[in-house]
Write a protein that binds this ligand. Sequence first.
Ligand code: ADP
Ligand code: MG
Length: 790
Amino acid sequence: MGKLQLVNIEKSYKTGNSSIKVLKGISLEFRESEFVSILGPSGSGKTTLLNIIGGLDQYDAGDLVINNLSTKHFKDRDWDAYRNRSIGFVFQNYNLISHQSVLQNVEIAMTLSGVSNSERKARAKEALADVGLSDHIHKKPNQLSGGQMQRVAIARALVNNPDIILADEPTGALDSKTSTQVMNILREIAKKRLVIMVTHNEEIANEYSSRIIRFLDGEIQSDSDPIEKKDSASINQPRTPKKRDKTSMSLFTALSLSFKNLLTKKGRTILTSFAGSIGIIGVALVLALSSGLSNQLDVMQSDTLANFPIMIDTNEQFVDFSELGPPGSEKSNSKYEEFPEDTTIYAYDYSESFIMHKNVFTDDFLSYVENIENELPEAVNNISFTRGVGVNLLAEGTDGVVKFETMSQNSMMGGFSGPSMGFSHWYEMPKDHQFILELYDLIGENSRLPEAENEIAIVVDEYNRLSTLFLEKLALTEEEYDVTDFVGKTMLKLLPNDVYYTEAENGLFTPANPIEYRTLYDEADGLDLVVTGILRVKEDAATSYFSEGFIYTQELTERIIAEAQGSKITQAQKDSDINVLTNTPFQSDEMKEQLLIHLGATTTPIGINIYPVDFEGKDAIKEYLDQYNDGLDEEEQIVYNDLAEMVGDIMTDMINTVTYVLVGFAAISLIVSTIMIGIITYVSVIERTKEIGILRSVGARKKDISRVFNAETIIVGFISGSLGILISYLLIIPINRLIYQLTEIENVASLSATAAIILILGSMALTLIAGVIPSRMAAKKDPVVALRTE
Ligand code: ADP
Ligand code: MG
């Protein structure tokens, strides 16, 4: 560093619409080491001059020449580096960072110039020792006297070994004794460097300095020891300033600065973080609940619902083909607007979107379905066909012989339900015994599954119960039974149509009269059905396949159909358009068809249930069935029902709705807390304005300033996030307990570690965003103005 040279420096300040010229063309030159005092009354522009020399403020006109280098083309980063490397400031009001220790205050300039931690500490301690403060390095500035604080400021100014020390009324706030200490130190410093001191204390200036410049109204009045003209070297300009080492603050420094600052405001930091955490808690709980619920739903679906059959039956049903129907079909009501503004009333054709559909089981379709087991062996557990053939069964109970009705009133009307629904109490067993034994336990020692056509079994519920509805059909009235009351016993007698129906002279048929049941049971030709076992659904079975009642073999079905087809009533009904039982004409072909099915004339099943292995299997089966429909007319298509899907869909919808609402609330609280953190950061910027000025005066870049505040928001965001996650985990405990009490489902709400970490990071990101505006504001602050604020 050579000389410092001011060439015609001018500076004006605008206040309102008038502008005051504070420096009116100052030309000065300084030696490499001397102690210069600038004397002048208050308001004469001394501080302004010093700030310009220190690169804290910018001149309007003229030039500041440092070491023969013009500063006209200095960029921000050049000024920052200049302040950091070449200048040490000492202010009248010390300008120490109050939340940092004495040592840290001295270290700060070095953290910007990238000195290693250990060297930084050593140099800071040395500088403090030089000003006689070795014993106070861990104190906070407010624990020191004014003189001590000023010596800290001098140590800070010296620690980067600058060429120039600029002292602005360094003893202005000190008594004469401490002033002497400070001045002695400055005089010592001036032996090796340039010290420029502003003062209005004539005595001090005379006693300590080697050169006195008098200043009045922005102009130099006198200079006691000016540099001769011939000494002044030529100024190299214009010339691009040589690349200087850049100053920069590490993220760690920024974090530690902000962390210390937050520590001094613990109460507020905790309150802010708590407020910030509320949004995070909201989101965390919503996440925990919704993911817990949908996990629960998945488990339930794969446990129970997946095993629900895909049901295809031959009942007439309304089908919305626009939704269920052939792939690619348009939603036909889309040309109408929902809840229209206008008052026009439209006519529409109901059948366009909804049609009455009846599945017709053609031989093609039946073989297509039967082929599923070959095509998708992994997907299908079992296929069961429901036959419509009526069966004439008599049972002997305690109250005599009764007819065992296998169809509910409803099913007689055509609404036959699948094997797991209704009260038919009469179910055909699938051929696959393994499948049944996976789902059912056999109760009692000699229990086994029926195998022959004359064998049946009884299914009880999980409490070993049989409904009185079932027992009444058997004329059984006891309260309790033993397994041996059933197993091995003949409980039903199957009568062929030709025995059960009697043909009259007129060609009409009458079913057996209840008073004949006893004789028929004891004497008529028929098949005795023997109970071989009792079945109860397994405790861990995912689904129950049968309801309570009898189960029988497919062999029995085949026998019944064979007998029925050859029976007189069936033949007679086939040839007649009149109901041979009631002697009335059929109201529709449909009615005749149903009676024929009932009498066993048609062997086509009336319903098919396909039991999938799991969800993927179900999807595969559906896809397989959809393929059948490809290219078929609507009437020929087969419509299937998936009860489980409907239940699952409804629940998924519900969970989604609840989740959306909760997410909405959580989002609002998140936004509110983000705004709050923004405001708090803004307040912090206002509070730390002085610190911003100090940091800038020791060479911090604008970027570093915004980094300090970003660090603060990141810390607050981290604390908020962590606090929120902690509170959420704590809240999940009672929430799960409550849910358990209400639903007996354990641990519904659960927050994964990944989600927790993401939320904490999210909280940090959000607060960072919230702090962007305030921290940019901080970065833009004029360092001179910032230093002037109290
Ligand atoms: P001194 O240090 O000699 O007391 P200053 O350099 O602080 O004087 O101020 C010189 C003049 O410039 C004063 O009239 C002051 O009001 C004015 N001044 C200083 N800084 C600003 C500013 N940022 N905006 C407007 N006027 C200012
Ligand atoms: Mg001043």
